[in-house]
Ligand binder design. Structure first.
Ligand SMILES: Cc1cc2nc3c(=O)[nH]c(=O)nc-3n(C[C@H](O)[C@H](O)[C@H](O)COP(=O)(O)OP(=O)(O)OC[C@H]3O[C@@H](n4cnc5c(N)ncnc54)[C@H](O)[C@@H]3O)c2cc1C
Length: 341
């Protein structure tokens, strides 16, 4: 195992900011990952496995332990039934390549999550979701190295406390499990509508009636490409804030002042609001902040982009401007989606 020291972390976050990692290594198989974990335990330093850094913002202070860059690849089918297929992907596989691989086989379940950047192993961490789908509905088991029990374990999807953009890997067991592989059950056949609003509109406008995993994937890619910046070209972490969830009573008050406020009823008196709409209404549409070097993406104000910021402190200052403006106008507190480490 080759361990580098004092490595600039801006190359390991799509926001391209942050200090240095005390140690950094790359792993190509689960044995190397276990070796890295043992090395960290032996040296008594924290360990963090990362994929492509598309959901991480490194702080200016850097990371005091070892950052492990996950390059573990491999895809295997582990059971073919009339209704669907169990398929296992190593955690370092690129997520979108994996989605392409499954849709080509006519499998349905994750085509709605096409073009989400990052690795397979990161998808359960925040239960990635898009266009009305969440990865958790397809995950059956997760293989991980348990840094407490110091062994490889298998976790059932149903035990992962999945919720909207969350799981046990982000909350109660944060940092404990280093995920090595994820097994999905994907169904044979085609997805059935009605689909999420934007997707439904796209299909109608483009006269697409032949619905299968491939056509849905193409539609999702077309919509996303037209709205979101490519992180290879523009430094960003996708949606910077999660859509806030408020109580029904709070919505009644908001509707009185803002009758056009978009919302979705989640049941149990819980209402999801559109963070993008709140940010836009608070004055941050296509906003370019000279003071911090940060801005919002013209076609999607929920995406904060690093235009010429040099430090994470500048990003935090811009974040504060948005948080304060939204809170003053609507009384709603936005929660950051990418992890600040
Ligand atoms: C343009 C853009 C669009 C996006 N769109 C969406 C979207 O539509 N929906 C959505 O949900 N997200 C979206 N994201 C966020 C991001 O792509 C996902 O969260 C993705 O799953 C992160 O993958 P990654 O490999 O880059 O993870 P990283 O950013 O490297 O890591 C994220 C977190 O997961 C942990 N982690 C990563 N791998 C492992 C592992 N093997 N074991 C244990 N922990 C691990 C890390 O420690 C860290 O805490 C978007 C991001 C961008 C830049």
């Amino acid at each position: 195992m080759y361990i580098l020291e004092n490595v600039p972390l801006r190359n390991y976050s799509t926001m391209r900011l942050g200090g240095t990692a005390a140690f950094l290594t790359e792993v190509n198989n689960r044995h190397e990952l276990v070796e890295a974990a043992e090395w960290a335990a032996d040296k008594n330093v924290p360990i963090m496995v990362i994929g492509e850094g598309s959901n991480i913002i490194w702080d200016d202070d850097g990371y005091p332990g070892i950052v492990v860059v996950n390059k573990i690849t491999g895809i295997t089918s582990s059971g073919d039934y009339d209704t669907g297929v169990y398929i296992t992907a190593a955690s370092g596989e690129n997520w979108d390549n994996f989605v392409a691989h499954t849709t080509k086989q006519g499998l349905t379940g994750i085509e709605f999550l096409s073009l989400i950047p990052g690795t397979v192993g990161a998808t359960p961490v925040q239960n990635v979701g898009a266009y009305g789908a969440e990865v958790s509905s397809t995950i059956t088991t997760i293989e991980a190295y348990d840094t407490v029990e110091k062994k490889l374990v298998i976790l059932r999807g149903s035990d992962c406390q999945f919720g909207y953009r969350t799981s046990r890997f982000k909350t109660t067991d944060k940092g404990r499990y280093l995920i090595t592989a994820v097994t999905f059950f994907l169904q044979k056949g085609s997805p059935e509508g009605p689909f999420y609003g934007a997707l439904e509109t796209y299909l109608r406008e483009h006269n697409i009636t032949d619905i299968d995993p491939g056509t849905i994937r193409e539609a999702v890619i077309a919509i996303r490409s037209s709205k979101l910046p490519d992180p290879k070209l523009v430094a960003n972490n996708g949606s910077f804030f999660a859509n806030p969830i408020v109580a029904a009573g709070e919505l009644t008050q908001l509707l009185a002042d803002y009758p056009t406020i978009p919302y979705w009823e989640l049941g149990n008196e819980r209402i999801k609001l559109s963070a993008a709409w709140l940010i836009e209404q608070a004055g941050f549409k296509d906003y370019h902040d000279e003071e911090t070097g940060m801005g919002t993406w013209p076609k999607q104000p929920l995406v904060l982009v690093n235009e010429h910021a040099e430090t994470t402190a500048q990003l935090k200052a811009f974040r504060k401007k948005i948080l304060d403006a939204v809170h003053i106008k609507f009384g709603v507190t936005l929660e950051q989606e990418p992890e600040l480490v």
